[in-house]
Design a protein around this ligand. Structure first.
Ligand code: KE4
Length: 412
């Protein structure tokens, strides 16, 4: 396998050392093939928000397995999960399930273009919307991690319609609209960024984009593949009170099985085949196992007090990390929202991807290895976020913060 992995960021290229090969996961923990246990702050990059292999999710899957693994036909399950997503996410009146966040984002771009009849789109530097060609322009996540100048194999003709602006920069977006009158189908962004490291929207940024897109007859699209059901049960859009026209989702809504989804205003979604002419299809879309895991996961998340608990766990963690770095006089800036957190090893503030690049990636690599040695598994890149779950206990957080204190002292 290229690089020995199924996805680039797992190869530890930017932090050095050999990747850990997992044998099994449970709750907040992962065990490698040698039996070493780690407290896991990646959680499969988002899906494991209830804790890995939650007993109720596993039990529901066991029951579903008895009834087969794939129908290739409508099932009640996909309707049930669709209703839960529609009830939870303010912008979603209608939803289509696919098999990954990449598929959700490439489909939503086709829909943006079909609905407006316009070809251009605006994305933000450092944001990652999966690996479809049109989005591989100044992308985040693994593209940033590996320091790739985007990617070979992507024809100029494919990305010539992709315009980019710095995150949190409304003026830059205004200029793009002025330079491209009636040509921009919409603006897509991570409303809370987890792929350039962790960045939050400045007050007024999301609201400003909502106004600008409306003014120019363009669509506002929130890519909530990572933030969905993690920032709050209704995602970042519910938390910040800004409702986009379309939303992409993934990760959490599949409870760890392959899933993606895109949804939004019925008037727009009615264009999707077979209701409308915009084609998009998938053999395993809406498959009963992913739907079952997603339904059970959302049922667990919907319970009273879930997000308060996730928020307080994550705040304790990030505040402890900042204190540990300061005690070792290591420059750091960071914060958290909901069950997502992140930090940059630089003075900060980090408002956009340019600022994020000031982070000391070499020092991050040393910190990452020092934490691994102490049994703590962090994202193997300075340009990713951290993920907590309902399974991370107070004791786990204390163990983690002790490891950070020792590691910062060791690498300072
Ligand atoms: P997938 O195709 O990987 O399911 O989703 C793509 C995607 C789209 N949008 C956002 C906001 C995302 O965070 C992602 C995927 N996130 C990365 C983590 N940085 C997945 C991890 C990986 O690539 O291995």
């Amino acid at each position: 396998m290229p690089g020995g992995v199924s996805s680039p960021v797992r190869a530890f290229r930017s932090v050095g050392g050999q990747p850990i090969v997992f044998d099994r996961v449970k709750g907040a923990y992962a065990w490698d093939v040698d039996g070493n246990r780690f407290i896991d702050y990646i959680g499969s990059w988002g899906p494991a928000i209830c804790g890995h292999a939650h007993p109720e999710v596993i039990a529901a899957l066991q029951d579903a397995l008895e009834k087969g693994t794939s129908f290739g036909a409508p099932s009640e399950l996909e309707n049930q999960l669709a209703e839960m997503v529609i009830d939870a996410v303010p912008s979603v009146e209608m939803v289509r399930f696919v098999n990954s966040g990449t598929e959700a984002c490439m489909s939503v771009l086709r829909l943006m273009r079909a609905f407006t009849g316009r070809d251009k789109l605006i994305k933000f530097e450092g944001c990652y919307h999966g690996h479809a060609d049109m989005f591989l322009v100044k992308a985040g996540s693994g593209v940033a991690t590996l320091g790739l100048p985007d990617s070979p194999g992507v024809p100029r003709s494919t990305t010539s319609n992709t315009l980019t602006a710095p995150y949190n920069d409304l003026e830059a977006v205004k200029e793009l609209f002025a330079e491209n009158p009636d040509a921009i189908s919409g603006v897509i962004l991570e409303p809370v960024v987890g792929n350039a490291g962790f960045m939050t929207p400045e007050p007024g940024f999301l609201e400003g984009l909502r106004e600008l897109t409306r003014e120019h007859g363009a669509l506002l699209v929130f890519d909530e593949v990572m933030s969905g059901f993690r920032i709050s049960y209704g995602g970042a859009q519910a938390r910040f009170g800004v409702t986009p026209d379309l939303t992409t989702m993934g990760k959490v809504i599949g409870g760890g099985l392959p899933v993606g989804a895109y949804g939004g205003r019925a008037e727009i979604m009615e264009m999707v085949a077979p209701a409308g002419p915009m084609y998009q299809a998938g053999t395993l879309s809406g498959n009963p196992l992913a739907m079952t895991a997603g339904i059970k996961t959302l049922e667990l998340l919907k319970q009273e007090g879930t997000y308060e608990r996730l928020e307080s766990t994550t705040e304790r963690l990030i505040n402890g990390i900042l204190e540990a770095a300061k005690a070792a006089e290591v420059p750091i800036t960071g914060n958290s929202i909901g069950a997502m957190f992140g930090f940059f090893l630089c003075e900060g503030p980090v408002r956009n991807f340019e600022d994020a690049k000031a982070t000391d990636t070499e020092l991050f690599g040393k910190l990452h290895r020092a934490m691994l040695e102490r049994g703590i598994y962090l994202a193997p890149s300075a340009f990713e976020a951290g993920f907590t779950s309902l399974a991370h206990s107070e004791a786990d957080i204390e163990t983690t913060l002790k490891a950070f204190r020792e590691s910062f002292a060791a690498v300072a």
